[in-house]
Design a protein. Structure first.
Length: 118
């Protein structure tokens, strides 16, 4: 799971990296530009970079719920919807990911930056 350092592209707010053998473009806050660029291998590499040394079934469950909800609804779930979808408390959800839900779980799930969502 090698990751090359970020490279600035033509758009100054974007950077591209090769992670797990795939080129992925991120915005200036580290969110995926394209929801379809995400993969389990990329998730694992980024999770380890973020400080998650052991990826558990709970991590994978949160990522799965986030991705499925976004794919179906075209938006990320609200915190209450995520809590119901995972059966976890907001405190537990937030503590699973360095950076919490937004800068941790959403980012690692390949969801777009909340600032760019309608």
């Amino acid at each position: 799971m090698s990751a090359e350092p970020p490279k600035q592209g033509k758009d100054p707010g974007r950077c591209a990296r090769v992670i797990a053998g795939r080129k992925v473009t991120f915005d200036d806050e580290g969110f995926f530009d394209d929801f379809e660029d995400w993969s389990e291998e990329i998730f694992e590499a980024l999770a380890h970079e973020s400080g998650i040394s052991l990826i558990t079934d709970r991590h994978r469950q949160v990522v799965r719920v986030l991705r499925e909800f976004y794919a179906y609804n075209g938006r990320a779930p609200l915190n209450n919807e995520l809590r119901k979808g995972t059966g976890m408390s907001l405190l537990e959800l937030d503590s699973l990911f360095p950076g919490g839900l937004k800068k941790g779980a959403r980012l690692l799930s390949g969801l777009p930056n909340p600032k760019t969502c309608n």
